[in-house]
Design a protein around this ligand. Structure first.
Ligand code: CA
Length: 438
């Protein structure tokens, strides 16, 4: 495991960008996440950047000849494009080479400081968009606690279906309605069946919910008919973002049988703008473990490496800010927490391998959602559906407001970070979005 760590993970590294060196910095020099930005207000062209402290390193503004290695030059050009699909297609050798070059260039004492300084912008002065043109978006269901909690509400007599412990359950989502943090979400309309009613009506959803998830960006992809083995799955994984799979629970309850999620999910999915790379997450890999009594994965979903380092020790938080709280200048209230290593029944590598076992082809820039990350304890529920026990027990916010589901003007914020003794903390930033009236 230690062989994959290199000097870019050294916790003692400091950057000449001072804001990257504070203990709570989301984007220290050990992180270096990728995104696509332009100057705020629509000035400038969309182009690739890397976050460092509270700055963005404009990759398109770096003279290509300052790095001598051809691999780095090719990677730099691809990573500075208006979408990162071409960069993700290049593969790990190029990703790691660019990470190494940028780490060297941003370190204290770098000979490139003067030229790279000219390529820095403030994060407050830029706007972000989706980092890739997402061809396909698939959403999984990897938390057994979430699956059990939701199953109890929808099917009290049969909460966890027997296939759950064998198949990484997923469905094909809608990439066209992906949005980036900061874009507001219009409350959807749709068909619902009121309790006791004989016929459905159409109107605004009354049960808008969040789902706390991570998104995995796919790298080079595979040919149709050529599954990705679990041994090769890591090579397909570029990095992670935070993902909010907005859900209309009343639409969902009426439509989800027999074919699964449809309009209850497809109106919007919001992601954080910076992709934290798997290279940056390397120090936070953790063993993949199943509780005693749980079946072991079938052989195609099992490998020594997946057992040793398949999980990721990643902390997650959900905050809610109501309109009234915002008007009074209050801080968002934390309503739940989770840890990806503990909540997920399947690893990212298992998702990639299972997705392709039938020959389905993944393409560069595709997005896989992990499914809602709920833990086993109270306070670790990754959706309001679970926090309120199916809408029966409202949560109370500081100041006395209560919520069952989201009201117009409510903002949901996810945060995520990794920390471990002896390792530099890295963060994901946040994904935030506000519900607008129908
Ligand atoms: Ca979901």
């Amino acid at each position: 495991m230690s062989s994959r760590l290199d000097d870019t993970h050294d916790p003692s590294l400091k950057s000449w960008v001072a804001s990257a060196n504070t203990p709570t910095a989301e984007f220290p020099i050990q992180n270096l996440p990728h995104g696509v930005f332009r100057e705020r207000g629509g000035r400038g062209v969309w182009r690739g950047g890397v976050a460092i402290g509270d700055r963005v390193l404009d990759l398109a503004a770096i003279p290509p000849d300052i790095f001598e290695a051809p691999t780095v030059t090719v990677a730099l050009r691809a990573a500075s494009a208006s979408t990162l699909n071409g960069y993700l297609a290049l593969g790990r050798r190029y990703w790691s080479a660019l990470r190494q070059a940028l780490s060297l260039g941003l370190r204290e004492g770098s000979k490139h400081q003067a030229v790279l300084t000219k390529a820095l912008l403030g994060q407050h002065d830029v706007e972000m968009r989706l980092p890739t043109a997402v061809g396909d978006y698939t959403d999984f269901y990897t938390s057994i606690h979430h699956a059990t909690n939701v199953g109890k509400l929808f099917r009290p007599d049969n909460p966890l279906l027997p296939n759950y412990r064998w198949v990484p359950i997923g469905y094909h989502g809608r990439s066209s309605s992906l949005a980036v943090s900061g874009e507001s979400i219009r409350r959807p309309q749709g068909q619902t069946l009121a309790p006791g009613a004989e016929a459905p009506t159409v109107g605004p959803s009354k049960r808008i919910d969040h789902e706390l998830e991570l998104g995995l960006f796919i790298g080079p992809g595979n040919e149709r008919g050529a599954p990705v083995s679990i041994e090769n799955a890591d090579d397909q994984m570029f990095g992670l973002c935070l993902l909010n799979d907005w859900s209309a629970r009343d639409l969902q309850a009426w439509e989800y049988q027999p074919l699964g999620p449809f309009l209850a999910k497809s109106f919007a999915t919001t992601i954080s703008p910076w992709i934290v790379t798997m290279d940056a997450l390397e120090p936070f890999r953790a063993p993949f473990e199943r509780d005693a009594g749980e079946p072991q994965p079938l052989p195609y979903l099992d490998s020594p490496e997946n057992r040793e380092r398949g999980a990721i020790d990643l902390k997650l938080e959900v905050y809610l800010l109501t309109k009234s709280m915002r008007d009074q200048g209050k801080d968002p209230a934390r309503i739940s927490t989770a840890n990806f290593a503990k909540s997920a029944y399947w690893t990212l590598a298992q998702l990639v391998t299972h997705h392709t076992v039938n020959g389905c082809n993944l393409q560069p820039g595709d997005l896989l959602g992990t499914g809602t990350q709920s833990g086993s304890a109270p306070g670790e529920e990754g959706s309001l559906l679970e926090l309120t026990r199916g809408g029966k027990e409202p949560i109370e916010l500081p100041g006395g407001e209560k919520r069952i589901f989201l009201e117009d003007g409510d903002t949901i914020i996810f945060k995520g970070w990794c920390e471990r003794p002896g390792v530099a903390r890295i963060g994901f930033g946040e994904v935030a979005a506000t519900i607008l009236p129908a």
